[in-house]
Design a protein around this ligand. Structure first.
Ligand SMILES: Cc1cc2nc3c(=O)[nH]c(=O)nc-3n(C[C@H](O)[C@H](O)[C@H](O)COP(=O)(O)OP(=O)(O)OC[C@H]3O[C@@H](n4cnc5c(N)ncnc54)[C@H](O)[C@@H]3O)c2cc1C
Length: 478
């Protein structure tokens, strides 16, 4: 056996990449070193920070438990520490004689600040922090316009993205060549870091790498071929893949997903099936687009992409915001969506569009408040996609002239939940209301009045006018 310090030891720092397969930095650390030290830093606010969401925390814990076991099965031991990542990594590098720390890159302003602090702390010991592209296929400034600029419009970006070959998945981590000796202190994982369980109920999500692969397989086997026709209907079970919470924890690699999608596309039986695959690919490109936007325009995390809209005079009140959060606005599709989010940490994409547009364009509450609330609830809460989605709905984002696109919530309900199945599932007060009235119960005040369901807190037609006037005022002089 080689002496501990005479071998090349590399620490792999797990962050949002809790998996052993198709993991770029982990694969590099394993192949370039003799000894791998898998490391996870338990952020103090993992469970109770200002932005943590109960569903996301639960998922992170089960993903971490699954990671620790997957590593163990290959003879690796996960070292877990708490405190300050810079201090802990410096200590661990000294204890293990590590020559480098490897990690996959994050694209949020906070990720960059943290990595810069860690890099500075490791510099005196000559231990570099190497970061790798893993979470996305193309990052930062890799896809540029002919003029050398960053794309800010989705359609041409998507065209350029799709014209490139997608890199294949990285191999799964191999068996430990040299294990981390038991003398290296590790904080024991809390007891509630659990074995991933099978999800129960249509809105539940199971954590861990195995669950992620199962979710992918279940979707690409058949459902992806129908995706173009199913993706907008929240009452359908399996209309979308439900992979976003796995992407958030990194329990599956993006290259693995896209390779599987490519294979599914090649075996598509007809044009409709091919369209399903193509439409699903476009959704993945949206994810890349918003990462690219956040990476090149980090201010979109908190401010409007279009700076003129930072001057919007939002007139919504705290009471209206509270009614929206509680699912008591009197607009059934919005309330069903918000109650589902609150109770499960999940909201279907169509409903995210409806609920966010209602908060900003009907209640005239700044998108940032809704964005923060989603972050505190969503199992897949992700700054790039969340701020991108919110700004799309608010009309302050990258689209050319979308501020006058204002959904009518009752019409949206009729189109995308035609039988009212989703509404009745989440609003017990309306469960026995018959027919179309479930989309606009105020039209049948006698029936609705008996149920205890609130009357609309605003009049959509009136608010629409106020919203357009608000945008017009901010656009004066443009
Ligand atoms: C207001 C608002 C907030 C959002 N917040 C988040 C968020 O915090 N985290 C998040 O992952 N997504 C967010 N989205 C995007 C989208 O709603 C989710 O990615 C999607 O609902 C995930 O479900 P799925 O995995 O079944 O998706 P599928 O329909 O199976 O799509 C596959 C994948 O494509 C990506 N994707 C799909 N649609 C979008 C989109 N519009 N933008 C970016 N990526 C997309 C996701 O990674 C998704 O897993 C938000 C959208 C809106 C309108």
């Amino acid at each position: 056996m080689l002496a501990w310090r005479s071998v090349t030891t590399i620490i792999h720092w797990f962050r949002r990449d809790l998996r052993v397969s198709d993991n770029v930095a982990l694969h590099e650390a394993y192949s370039r070193g003799d000894r791998l030290v898998p490391f996870f830093f338990w952020e103090n606010d993992l469970a109770d920070g200002p932005d943590s969401a109960p569903a996301r925390t639960a998922l992170a814990k089960s993903a971490l438990g699954s990671l620790a076991r997957n590593l163990e099965a290959l003879g690796h031991r996960l070292v877990v520490r708490r405190g300050d990542p810079a201090v802990e990594l410096r200590k661990l590098a000294t204890e293990t004689g590590a020559s480098a720390v490897f990690a996959n890159r994050g694209y949020e302003p906070g990720d960059r600040a943290r990595d810069a602090a860690v890099e500075a702390a490791l510099a005196p010991s000559s231990v570099p922090l190497h970061t790798f592209k893993d979470a996305v296929v193309w990052e930062g400034r890799e896809i540029l316009t002919a003029a050398g600029g960053v794309y800010t419009i989705f359609t041409p970006y998507s065209k350029a993205w799709k014209a490139r070959p997608i890199p294949p998945p990285r191999p799964k981590l191999g068996k430990a060549k040299q294990s981390v000796p038991p003398g290296i202190a590790s904080w024991a994982l809390p007891a509630d870091v659990v074995e991933p369980r099978d999800a129960t109920g249509p809105e539940a999500v199971a954590g861990g790498e195995r669950a992620a692969h199962r979710a992918l397989e279940a979707f690409v086997e058949k459902r992806v071929y129908e995706y173009a026709g199913t993706r907008d209907f929240p009452a359908l079970d399996g209309g979308t893949s439900r992979l976003s919470p796995h992407l958030r924890q990194g329990t599956i690699g993006i290259r693995t997903i896209l390779a599987r999608l490519q294979a599914a596309g090649e075996s598509a039986a007809n044009d409709a099936a091919r369209k399903g695959c193509e439409t699903w690919l476009t959704e993945w490109v949206w994810r890349e687009f918003y990462h690219q936007i956040l990476s090149n325009h980090p201010q979109v995390a908190t401010r409007c992409y279009r700076p003129e809209y930072d001057a919007l005079e939002w007139a919504g009140t705290d009471a209206q915001f509270d009614a929206w959060r509680a699912g008591r606005t009197g607009y059934p599709i919005v309330d069903a969506a918000m109650r589902c989010l609150d109770q499960t940490g999940w909201m279907h994409n169509r409903l995210r569009m409806i609920a966010s547009m209602f908060l900003t364009k009907d209640l005239l509450v700044p998108w940032q408040r809704g964005e923060r609330w989603f972050m505190r609830r969503l199992a897949d809460g992700d700054l790039a996609a969340n701020s991108g989605g919110w700004q799309w709905s608010a009309g302050t984002g990258t689209d050319a002239a979308p501020y006058f696109r204002i959904f009518n919530p009752a019409t949206q309900g009729r189109r995308f939940d035609a039988d009212g199945e989703f509404i009745r599932r989440w609003i017990p007060e309306l469960a026995s209301m018959k027919g179309d009235a479930v989309h606009a119960p105020w039209e049948e005040p006698l029936a609705a009045g008996r149920t205890g369901y609130p009357r609309p807190i605003v009049d959509h037609a009136v608010q629409r006018g106020l919203c357009l006037a608000m945008f017009k005022a901010a656009r004066v002089g443009l």
